[in-house]
Every structure is written in structure tokens, then in C-alpha cells.
Design a protein around this ligand. Structure first.
Ligand SMILES: O=C1O[C@H](COP(=O)(O)O)[C@@H](O)[C@H](O)[C@H]1O
Length: 228
């Protein structure tokens, strides 16, 4: 794990956007397409705004989510709604988007269809993870019965029923998230730094799923942190 610290979110977002743009350029040059995985929640909103006005060949970029709430994309807590309304705007409106949600009432019923959407998707170029104050990442929650599956399955996505957070979820699995050339963890605020320190101080991923990423022997997670 490498920690990159910034005094403000503005500085963080400027640096982070440069790194992501370089990764996307490299991917387009090498493979004619780039695959970017983003998280939902509050943390990435300003970064999304910044990226949306960036000059890139967005028609050669596919964007998907690390996880989503099992909601229609018109609902305010939908991660897809956030991505579509903030990131896939301006220049980035040309990017292709892979949704983690189907029309099924229950996430379990949509799991196979969502997995199939990833069948032809190669190694991601960059995954941007978030982290909750309970140490969850994507929708791999310490409280959920599906955590062991999320940390071990080779399938791309799984339905999750958190008991300490609202909504059913669809999450990419640990193995699919780590099938990426670059893995970032985006954190803002002193509370998140405390949680990061707790995550690094012990090893059990059942208590804090983010440990499975931060302490993975073959993955060097780049932690992008700003105090405010
Ligand atoms: O529920 C979720 O929470 C995490 C963290 O969100 P934040 O608001 O603390 O940034 C997020 O990474 C995940 O995508 C989201 O579904």
C-alpha cells in the first residue's frame, strides 16, 4: 500500500485526475480502449466533476461501478444515478457505461445477468475503491452473510444484503476488482484515515473487508487521501 496525502480535496482531485488520464491514455494507446471502475457514495463526486470536463477520447472508455444499491437509476441513492449525472456529462458523456442493476425485484435474481455483462470485459485499467467507516469497500460489508463469497468467488459480481446499511446491493467480487492494472483507494477526512490505520493494524478481512485489498500480497493499492 502506498499513501499519497494531500492538504485538500482540490489538490487530491487534480493529482488523481492526472494519474487516471495517463492510465486511460496508455490503455487506449496499447489496446484501443480503457476500462475504468469507480465507486459511489459521497467521496468521488468532485473527482467525477473534474474528470467529466477532461479532454480524452471518451468514446474509447468503458466505465462501471465497484458496487451499486439495488435501486432504479432514477432514485437519489443510486450510484448509477450519481455516475450518470456527474461523471458521464460534458466530454465524458461519450463513454460507455455498464450498469450493475437489472429490472429484477431482488438482487439475487439479477446476479447472473450482471455477471454475464462482464464475461467479455478484460482486465480493468483502473479501479477506484471507496471505504466506509466500518471498513467495507465496494459492497463487501463486514456484517453481510455474503462476505466470504465476495472475498473468494471467481464470479464477477454478487448480490449482497447488508444488515447495517440500507438497500440490497450488487457488488463486484474481490477477484474481479483486483483484476486491474491499477487499484486506488480514495479517502477524504480524518475519520477515514483512522479507519485506514485500524485496517492496517490487524489482518482479519471478515472484520474489515478493505484489509483483503490493502494487505493483498500481490497488489499495491495507491491510497489517495485528503484531510478535507
Ligand atoms: O455505500 C457505499 O459506501 C462506500 C463509501 O461511501 P462514502 O460516502 O463514504 O464515500 C462507497 O465506496 C460505495 O460505492 C457505496 O455504495
Amino acid at each position: 500500500m502506498q499513501l499519497h496525502q494531500f492538504a485538500s480535496s482540490t489538490e487530491l482531485n487534480t493529482d488523481f485526475a492526472k494519474r487516471l488520464i495517463a492510465i486511460v491514455h496508455q490503455a487506449i494507446e496499447a489496446r484501443d480502449h480503457a476500462y475504468l471502475v469507480v465507486s459511489g457514495g459521497r467521496t468521488p463526486q468532485a473527482l467525477f466533476e473534474h474528470l467529466s470536463s477532461t479532454d480524452l477520447d471518451w468514446s474509447k472508455v468503458t466505465i462501471t461501478l465497484a458496487d451499486d444499491r439495488w435501486l432504479s437509476s432514477s432514485e437519489k441513492d443510486s450510484n448509477e444515478r450519481l455516475v450518470k449525472s456527474v461523471l458521464l456529462q460534458n466530454k465524458a458523456a461519450a463513454a460507455r457505461f455498464i450498469s450493475l442493476v437489472t429490472a429484477d425485484e431482488k438482487a439475487e435474481a439479477g446476479e447472473l445477468a450482471v455477471c454475464q455483462r462482464f464475461a467479455e470485459i478484460p482486465t480493468f485499467d483502473a479501479v477506484i475503491l471507496g471505504m466506509g467507516e466500518d471498513g467495507h469497500t465496494a459492497s463487501l460489508f463486514p456484517c453481510s452473510a455474503e462476505l466470504a463469497k465476495g472475498l473468494s468467488t471467481e464470479q464477477a459480481a454478487l448480490a449482497v444484503n447488508p444488515t447495517t446499511a440500507p438497500y440490497q446491493r450488487m457488488s463486484l467480487s474481490q477477484s474481479r476488482l483486483l483484476n486491474s492494472r491499477h487499484v486506488f483507494l480514495h479517502l477524504v477526512g480524518g475519520n477515514k484515515l483512522n479507519v485506514l490505520n485500524q485496517a492496517m493494524a490487524a489482518a482479519d478481512p471478515q472484520q474489515m473487508p478493505i484489509r483483503a485489498f490493502l494487505q493483498h500480497p500481490c497488489v499495491d493499492v495507491q491510497v489517495m487521501f485528503a484531510t478535507e
